[in-house]
Design a protein around this ligand. Structure first.
Ligand code: 13P
Ligand code: SF4
Length: 373
């Protein structure tokens, strides 16, 4: 998805780290309670140090909603998170993304046209009333709105099991019980598959819908018979973790603990000791016994921060050749200084707004999730 971030003026790009830190501190002080800075766990330290709240993708939006006195929510995260914050916050609150190019490659793998096309194809093949669309939080507001309008719900990596169970339990479709229902899950193939397995389903109950192929690459009976239609999307950061990384870690640390994010592939999650969202990973590290050696399969900035902030345990990345989330990494001190100093000058830059109709349907899908969990 093309989002145009104009280059920053030289007074930001050429500034030293100390100068930027002084300017961010001064702007923050001037703005006081009118600004609330949110930092997703994957942000780099020189951004995270300025965050008024840290959290996972969903918790941050809820925190923004609980701060009505903040006219400006500066979201140090990625585009879909800022959209969710705009949907959940009051009209007088402006949500700002410091770099418009901070997208999420996974969220971009399901666009509205493709999803509508898939829905039309399924409507010709199967009884579309059976199909419940479920979207992961990592999706555009337009996709969340589609889901809201078509009777489905949003899920996060923490509550995906409860949300998918809710979808399967929606009415006793033609006397066939839960298996009478079908779930169209997007955009993360792995979270969908991991959740299906958690609920006791197997590979035979799942088919992968490839939006690049005609008819999703499936035949009619695949579309009709499978309980799960999993959109072919993935996170390039989490897809790197492999079962051999777990084997190598366990060979070196037989008592070590492995914790991974559910965006990792099924064969990785199956061998891990714990699987959960970024908030879940943080809590699992805190709960581990002193002296533990813990291998974590998620974005490297969170892994390093956990290691630095937990001196009585050793926390390492599951993949020794780590790769950061390159879009999260776009948010840096120069962009943060720029948006804050612009606010001090009375200019709101990089505001993320979701149009009213999209926001209404999307918040229906978000609220269904909240009611379920
Ligand atoms: P969380 O919801 O766990 O913060 O995850 C967001 C994300 O983008 C993971 O890659
Ligand atoms: Fe998206 Fe993956 Fe980055 Fe999370 S880590 S924001 S899923 S690209």
């Amino acid at each position: 998805m093309l989002r145009l971030q104009l280059p920053l003026p030289q007074r930001y790009t050429a500034a030293s780290d100390d100068d930027l830190a002084d300017r961010i501190a001064a702007a923050k002080e001037t703005l006081g309670d009118r600004v609330f800075i949110l930092g997703h766990h994957y942000q780099r330290d020189d951004v995270m140090r300025w965050a008024d709240a840290r959290g996972d993708s969903f918790r941050l939006s809820v925190l923004a909603r609980e701060r009505p006195e903040a006219d400006y929510i500066v979201f140090c995260g990625v585009h879909f998170m800022a959209e969710s914050a705009d949907i959940l916050t009051a009209d007088h609150q402006a949500v700002i993304l410091p770099d418009l190019n901070a997208g999420c490659s996974m969220a971009d793998m399901a666009d509205l046209d493709q999803v509508e096309e898939a829905w039309d194809v399924l409507a010709q093949t199967t009884d579309i009333e059976r199909v419940v669309p479920i979207t992961y939080m990592n999706s555009s507001a337009a996709i969340k709105a589609f889901v809201g309008e078509h009777g489905g719900a949003v899920c996060t990596s923490t509550n995906a099991k409860a949300v998918v169970q809710w979808a399967l339990d929606l009415g006793d479709y033609q006397g066939r019980g839960a298996r009478g229902r079908q779930v169209l899950f997007f955009p993360d193939l792995h979270l969908g598959r991991n959740t299906g397995f958690q609920l006791g389903y197997g590979e035979a109950d799942m088919r992968v819908w490839n939006p690049r192929l005609e008819h999703g690459g499936l035949n009619d009976s695949d579309c009709k018979e499978s309980t799960f239609l999993l959109w072919r999307g993935h996170c390039s950061v989490h897809q790197r973790f492999r079962p051999e990384h777990i084997r190598e870690f366990r060979a070196e640390h037989p008592d070590g603990i492995v914790i991974v994010h559910p965006e990792c592939a099924r064969e990785v999650c199956a061998q891990a000791d714990n699987v959960g969202s970024t908030d879940y990973i943080i809590n699992a590290v805190a709960d581990a016994p002193k002296g533990s050696v813990i291998s974590v399969g998620t974005e490297i900035h969170l892994v390093n921060r956990l290691n630095n902030e937990t001196p009585d345990k050793t926390i390492v990345s599951l993949d020794p050749l780590v790769c950061p989330c390159s879009t999260m990494f776009r948010i840096d001190a120069p962009h943060l200084a720029w948006v804050l100093e612009s606010l001090v000058d009375g200019r709101v830059v990089n505001q993320i707004t979701v149009d009213r109709q999209t926001a209404e349907w999307a918040s229906l899908a978000l609220n269904r999730m909240l009611d379920i969990t």
